[in-house]
Design a binder for this molecule. Structure first.
Ligand code: ADP
Ligand code: MG
Length: 226
């Protein structure tokens, strides 16, 4: 369902010199599976996730989701495609501290044609499914694990076929991390979603159907994992 080929991306350093961040010959991922891209800090994992959903333009390459190559699309067309297709869980969540969990989960609906009542119903369902506290007024008062679950629920508001998650278990305690891993596995295996996470959490890697390793922006084979 995802096939990226010949991906290249460079950033500029403080002196304005370009340095390569991604150089990926082929990357594929399937619906119904949890794919985890692992690799050390600075290897390009977050950049890769943002590139795959078109938030970060690439210098070269094709990013095919089903039959759509999003790389050559205009920014507006990519944004529309992303809203319809991808639930993205950012490394730093990007929640709005002053809003309640419910209102944070409803933020994507601000920009959509969906009916408010339907969306509130769906948000309430997600809050139950992911054990998001309902009584807190501001997400600023939530624990990191709770904030992560709000971010996941927000990503799922439109029931997207693709879920991309950046270090979804980072700095969660064991129980909170296990709950997130279980949620991602269920989305892939029970709901048939394409779930792609980047992470160096051994627990998430162990739960993955496919593990890819990113090193200095290149994918390398993973040994010892079937
Ligand atoms: P990871 O998520 O694996 O830790 P990142 O994708 O965040 O790695 O970063 C990969 C490399 O690109 C790092 O060297 C980082 O400093 C650099 N980088 C990330 N974003 C930018 C940016 N917007 N401008 C310049 N360099 C960046
Ligand atoms: Mg990162």
């Amino acid at each position: 369902m995802l096939r990226a080929e010949g991906l290249r991306l460079s950033f500029r350093d403080a002196e304005g010199r370009g340095f390569p961040v991604l150089d990926i010959a082929t990357l594929t991922a399937e619906a119904g599976a949890l794919t985890v891209v692992t690799g050390p800090s600075g290897s390009g994992k977050s950049t890769l996730l943002h590139a795959l959903c078109g938030l970060q333009p690439v210098d070269a390459g094709a990013i095919r989701w089903q039959d759509t190559d999003i790389a050559p699309l205009s920014e507006g067309a990519r944004d529309r495609w992303r809203r319809q297709t991808v639930g993205l869980v950012f490394q730093e969540f990007h929640l709005i501290d002053e809003l309640s969990p419910l209102d944070n989960i409803l933020v994507p609906a601000w920009f959509s044609r969906f009916r408010a009542g339907e969306m509130r119903h769906r948000a309430a369902e997600l809050m139950r499914a992911y054990a998001v506290p309902t009584q807190r007024r501001r997400v600023a008062d939530l624990s990191r694990g709770e904030r992560q679950r709000v971010a996941l629920a927000r990503a799922l508001l439109f029931d997207p076929p693709v879920i991309l998650a950046d270090e979804p278990t980072a700095s969660l305690d064991r129980d909170a991390g296990a709950a997130v891993i279980e949620g991602l596995c269920a989305l892939a295996r029970d709901r048939g979603r394409l779930v792609l996470a980047v992470s160096h959490d051994p627990g998430l890697i162990a739960a993955a159907d496919v593990v890819l390793r990113l090193d200095h922006g290149r994918l390398t084979p993973v040994e010892g994992i079937a």
